[in-house]
Ligand binder design. Structure first.
Ligand code: NDP
Length: 495
């Protein structure tokens, strides 16, 4: 691991194809959650910097970028996909320093991001309008799919580049330009990422990044009148504020928000496989993913055996330096998040939960470590079952029949993801259809792909990212009517 005690790496914002300081000259530091020390210094951008970035993004649309064809954009997307792969190790290191996530996980993510850009490169030159039959033979009618315009992308600290890519790749294929505001807790990788688009040949102003140390920077961007759409990933409460700010401009939003995703485990399930999937859903990434499988709804007849399998594995999880290839769980990403997870552990204790494993911080390692935690005996009404912890905390409770399992699974304001564990093929599909969530895995968990839509029901969000339909989220449809007869018509009659 690099020791940053004496040297902080510097990251400037990226506006109009250039690295720039904040107009005020202000800076802030980003902390490494493993060492607990600052490791980077960044420009502390404010609303004036947001104005400059939005102007650059608009100018790009009005200039060269606005007249590119899908064929040109496809070539650029392919090139940037390759550059991301070539720079995967450096990008992964930056994300690890900022968020404390495992190097091996982040390297895997960075190596996968290129495939998102390649997938949408394949779609960029196939964004087609339609020729539509008109009831009046004197008209030729067709539609054009045009870029929505300037996109404000506001991203969180967990997997900043992957969650940004889910917005960028389809929107660039569609021809949009961007102002990106990464989280103050993990901003560095986004600035390094933006430079790769410049190297790939994207014109200046297509990608702009404003960093800032407070929620004010994001708020200035979400409500900016020069923006045409807001794409956000983060907490449900913040998503609501972002949507309200966007509504002031009547701007559309894509919101990827929180979750409280259930695993439903039936008595006929392959229990070791289920235990492994449940571990991956809640302890990988230290539970800090929107799709964390944080509720375990297990049939009463297999509860004890499954909990034993999960706790046995939890006890062997190796906590430690996120850069060490043997480490399985890193620290929680930042001080507020650490306090939040510990608060929920105290709440669960007060609610009468039984700690089957973990339940406390791990002080021996320094940094913000929390033990992988398995809670049993919680009621469906308890806060630990209803609220998003965003940490390595699994809450287990039992059901007695299929209908009750579905009822428990859907008894949540969220609806991002879930899993059904069973070897009965009829039941697998029957239950998957009834779980109100944007993604349901059957005998699996935590897989995503550029070609597969991802997003939430209810308070887990609005819209879908990924998949071919993500292009629709970044295009406007324009209908063009062409008069063919050359004659005149009654000006006072519609049609
Ligand atoms: P937030 O949802 O507050 O932050 C996400 C992004 O929104 C960041 O870039 C943040 O900037 C920005 N932001 C904050 N306030 C505003 C605002 N009013 N208008 C526009 N943008 C804003 O997440 P936090 O980092 O504060 O984490 C809080 C909780 O959110 C976590 O404990 C977790 O439960 C949940 N969360 C969920 C995620 C998910 O994927 N579902 C991802 C991250 C967090 P800045 O950081 O500079 O304030």
């Amino acid at each position: 691991m690099i020791d940053h005690a004496h040297t902080l790496e510097t990251f400037r914002m990226w506006i109009d194809g250039k690295p720039v300081d904040a107009l005020t000259g202000a800076t802030f530091e980003s902390q490494n959650p493993y060492t607990g020390r600052p490791w980077a210094v960044l420009a502390d951008g404010g609303s004036d910097d947001v104005d400059a970035a939005v102007s650059a993004a608009r100018a790009a649309l009005d200039g060269e970028w606005g007249s590119t064809t899908g064929f040109t954009r496809a070539a650029l997307l392919r090139r940037v996909g390759d550059l991301i792969t070539a720079n995967a190790e450096r990008l992964a290191r930056l994300e690890v320093n900022d968020s404390g996530k495992l190097y091996r996980e982040m390297l895997g993510q960075m190596n996968g991001l290129g495939s998102w850009f390649h997938y949408y490169a394949g779609l960029a030159d196939k964004i087609e309008g339609r020729q539509i039959p008109s009831p009046n033979p004197n008209y030729l009618v067709y539609t054009r799919r045009e870029p929505i315009g300037v996109i404000a992308a506001i991203t969180p600290w967990n997997s900043p580049l992957m969650l940004l890519t889910w917005k960028l790749a389809p929107a660039l294929a569609a021809g949009c330009s961007f102002v990106i505001k990464p989280s103050e807790h993990a901003p560095a990788s986004t600035v390094a990422f933006a430079e790769l688009f410049d190297q790939a040949g994207f014109p200046p102003g297509v990608i702009n990044v404003v960093t800032g140390s407070s929620a004010r920077t994001g708020a200035a961007l979400a409500g900016h009148p020069g923006v045409d759409k807001v794409a956000f990933t983060g907490a449900t409460s913040t998503g609501r504020r972002v949507a309200l700010a966007a509504a002031e401009n009547l701007n559309p939003v894509t919101l990827e928000l929180g979750g409280k995703s259930p695993h439903i485990v039936f008595p006929d399930a392959d229990l070791p496989a289920a235990a492994n999937g449940i571990i991956s859903g809640i302890f990988a990434a230290t539970g800090q993913t929107c799709m964390a499988g944080s509720r375990l709804i297990v049939h009463e007849s297999v509860h004890d055996e499954l909990i034993r399998l999960i706790t046995d594995r939890a006890a062997t999880i190796k906590l430690g330096d996120p850069n060490d290839p043997d480490t399985e769980m890193g620290p929680v990403a930042n001080a507020p998040q650490y306090e939040k997870v510990l608060h929920y552990l105290r709440t669960a204790e007060n609610e009468g939960a039984t700690v089957a494993y973990g339940g406390t911080a791990e002080h021996s390692l320094g940094g913000y470590f929390v033990k992988p935690t398995v809670l049993t005996g919680v009621g469906p009404e308890s806060a630990i079952v209803r609220e998003e912890v965003f940490g390595p905390v699994l809450s287990a409770y039992t059901f007695s029949d299929e209908n009750e399992a579905i009822e428990f699974a859907n008894d949540t304001p969220f609806g991002l993801a879930g899993a059904v564990w069973t070897t009965d093929v009829h039941r697998a599909h029957r239950v998957a259809a009834k779980v109100r969530a944007g993604t349901v895995w059957i005998n699996a968990y935590r897989t995503v792909a550029p070609s597969v839509p991802f997003g939430g029901y209810g308070q887990s969000g609005i819209g879908r990212e990924n998949g071919a339909e993500a292009i629709d989220a970044y295009t406007e449809t324009k209908a063009v009517w062409v008069e063919l007869s050359g004659g005149t018509r009654d000006p006072f009659v519609l049609g």
